[in-house]
Design a protein around this ligand. Sequence first.
Ligand SMILES: [Fe+2]
Length: 444
Amino acid sequence: VTASPATSPHLDSSVRCATLLDRFLEVRAFTSALCETLEVDDFGVQSMPDCSPAKWHLAHTTWFFETFVLAVARPGDAPFDPRFGFLFNSYYEGVGARHPRPRRGLLTRPTVPDVFAYRAAVEERMTELLGDEAPATALLDVVEVGLHHEQQHQELLLTDVKHLFSCNSLEPALRPGAKLGTATGEPRSPGWTNFEGGLFEIGHAGEGFAFDNESPRHRVLLEPFRLANRLVTNGEYLAFVEEGGYRRPEFWLSDGWATVEREDWSCPLYWSRDEAGTWSEFTVAGRVPLDRGTPVCHLSGYEADAFARWSKARLPTEAEWEVAASTFPFREAVRAGRFADELVWHPRPVGGDGSGLVQMFGDVWEWTASPYVAYPGFRPLAGTLGEYNGKFMCNQLVLRGGSCGTPRSHIRATYRNFFPPHARWQFSGLRLAGDVRTIDDASV
Ligand SMILES: [Fe+2]
């Protein structure tokens, strides 16, 4: 990732402010655009404790700028509504008490128009700040964090609304008529790319924006490994389902098998099978027949891991993934993937002939076998924003590469997403990996 004018701290402050303001307005407008097809009844409902109502995302991302930027730059200004801090603080102990997360769906007030008015008021004040005043560099860095924070919530908004809609037998479409795409011809055959072992460097190299959890760059020792050239498809995953994958504990981690039994899982989250035995998948365009060439999506880490074992392979580690992703030009690879900007929030199949790694960026987040822990020498951001990432480094796995719900300008080769292994409402799938010397080539 090379430094862009928007992210270089050495740039003249007024130029940086202007660029940040453009990006601020662009990011904020895209959040609103994601809500275009929502009816007012859709905004306030919370379908499970892990999800938040769309209205809450809209307000919380606004609260972030109001709290961490405006209140610091203009301490004399009154907040838009002093009661909003309690409602829209997510998890920052340093900012104070908050409304309980599982009860966000009970907030019928502020209303949807109130929340949009809140957004507009904060946008106006941010426009004044970045346009007329000259905030300190440290504060501009926080604006930058706020933009990436809002982009994270754009994806969460999509996955949360999709989950909400899946709970309704009417199965509303978040993106009616979206052309999900099918591969031309047969799905691309699976293949592998081998990588030599050795000492490599991973992590943020110091140019451009990155979250604190991507630093510092450090050395890792890898044994020779290989990665599947493409993502696992629905067709391949269906074979696992039909061969009894969800009834055979030998493929599952202990916690994974306990989850299968407790939750009565028998297939990925949005799949269903009708009486005639035909499989379909709930998507942002409504329910569609299961397309065999499309990357499998909405898997938990447990399901991804079980599928990999059934395939006589394994999940990659995050270091293997990043080293592999660093071997080709980032920009081209990112252009090739499907991201949220396309407004088709569903992974795209890849067909035809071809070799080499594809689908590394976009389409679906790829579960890795790596626990989400601090890199050697990790230092959280100073102050309350130090709570952003570091305190979640426990009981979660790392996912890499971004998805069809990730804004394209949000992803990097060093980006570390993380979720608990049971979570499956994100756009999450997998790519197989293996040890070069021990895996049977014919197994996949
Ligand atoms: Fe947040």
